[in-house]
Design a protein around this ligand. Structure first.
Ligand SMILES: Cc1ncc(COP(=O)(O)O)c(C=O)c1O
Length: 398
């Protein structure tokens, strides 16, 4: 046994992290152990949809924790029944399976599609996914992802995923064969830099999958739960998929995810799917508190309006500094920097007490709390502007 020489050393070193240790959060702000305050436009990667430690979620967690932590996944519990019913009542789906992470929900979607193939399509198992897509870090979800950096890792991958091009219906059509059972995608590719599928492309996919008897799976782990100004992104398009996965915002900061399916697609039999913590009542109580708060016309309208404000402020920043376009929808937006300067900007913003995210070297991604205020947007923009001004001056000197 090796002895950790520093408290950081006891954790596996799976990513580069700043040395700050975060101890408290409230709304759009985080504090580290030196009492430095940060304005957070990352929010745990679009997880804290109501900001840090929202009172409603904290209270729901505490109340449920005092009542019942877990009976067993093989018994019913009240919060999971209520949350499943609320999701069904507010979506195009008939049944829900709760998971602990987005990857696990997507792993479930992949299994459900393969089960459907074995029951209804002569053993068809191939799923068409997309270049640039991201579905998680389990072996199957890494295999389903179209992230270049994943390609050499953990070979051999899980087979049965063919990659099409986003917004190119012909590229999907070409990959369909008798083994195909489903098409799976993020309506907006988040990790690869906020690349939206057009509403038209999503409608074409629906028509194509219907024509071939294939399942359409939307990974709404990043786009769901109000992030784009509708409860679920598919509502923008006038069509609905057969299967949808949710994660991140659904728990408002705690590990909760969900796999939703229409009656036709919901074909698991006993023994096919499960897990010790699935449908845990404490997590589902948090999910209920989140849904209650975000699922009102006023709240969702405010997300669209705040999204438009952030978008126009980013466009002004772009115009002032000669940068590229702004992409995305609602409060999932990206700014194209046109140069690989994103990591430097992130580091300077961190020093200045603003948390930003760079999914690519030339891209900044913005995914604040859905209740972020105008003043907080102005504060972030002011900081970003100052950093870009400094970077421009440095480039001119060089
Ligand atoms: C679209 C999408 N799918 C799946 C995942 C994986 O979710 P998790 O990290 O909770 O496993 C993510 C995470 O970033 C995501 O953005």
């Amino acid at each position: 046994m090796t002895t950790a020489t520093h408290p950081y050393d006891a954790l596996m070193d799976i990513t580069a992290r700043p040395k700050a240790v975060f101890v408290r959060g409230a709304g759009s702000y985080l504090w580290d152990d030196s009492r430095k305050r940060y304005l957070d436009f990352v929010q745990g990667w679009a997880v804290n949809c109501l900001g840090h430690s929202p009172p409603t979620v904290a209270e729901a967690l505490a109340a449920q924790a005092k009542r019942l932590l877990t009976p067993s996944p093989a018994f019913y519990n009240e919060p999971s029944l209520k949350l499943a019913q609320a999701l069904v009542d507010n979506s195009a789906f008939d049944q829900v399976f709760f998971a602990n992470s987005g990857a696990e929900a997507n792993e479930g979607a992949i299994k459900l599609a393969r089960k459907y193939g074995s029951l209804h399509k002569g053993g068809a198992f191939e799923i068409i996914t997309f270049e640039g897509g991201f579905h998680g870090r389990t072996l199957a979800t890494m295999s389903a992802s179209g992230k270049k950096a994943f390609e050499p890792l953990f070979e051999p991958k899980v087979s049965g995923f063919k990659k099409a091009k986003l917004n190119d219906i012909g590229s999907v059509e070409k990959l369909i064969n008798s083994n195909t059972v489903a098409v799976m995608l993020e309506p907006i590719q988040g990790e690869s830099g906020v690349w939206p599928a057009t509403d038209q492309f999503l409608r074409e996919l629906r028509a194509l999958t219907k024509a071939h008897g294939l399942l359409l799976i939307f990974d709404e782990i990043q786009t769901g739960m109000g992030r784009t100004g509708k409860l679920f992104h598919y509502e923008h398009t006038g069509i609905a998929p057969d299967i949808m996965t949710l994660g991140k915002g659904i728990g408002g900061g705690v590990p909760l995810a969900a796999l939703l399916a229409t009656e036709r697609a919901s074909c698991f039999e006993h023994g096919d799917q499960g897990g010790t913590f699935n449908g845990n009542p404490v997590m589902c109580a948090a999910g209920l508190a989140v849904l209650e708060e975000i699922n009102t016309p006023e709240f969702l309208k405010s997300v669209s309006e705040t999204g438009l404000l952030l978008e126009s402020e980013l466009q002004k920043v772009s115009a002032r500094h000669g940068l590229g376009g702004v992409r995305g929808r609602g409060l999932l937006l990206a700014l194209d920097l046109k140069l690989p300067i994103a990591p430097g900007i992130i580091a300077q913003a961190f020093e200045a007490g603003v948390l930003l995210n760079a999914p690519q070297l030339d891209t900044l991604r913005f995914m604040p709390a859905l209740n972020v205020t105008k003043a907080e947007i102005v504060e972030m923009i002011w900081c970003l502007d100052a950093i870009l001004t400094k970077a421009g001056a440095a480039r001119r000197v060089a």
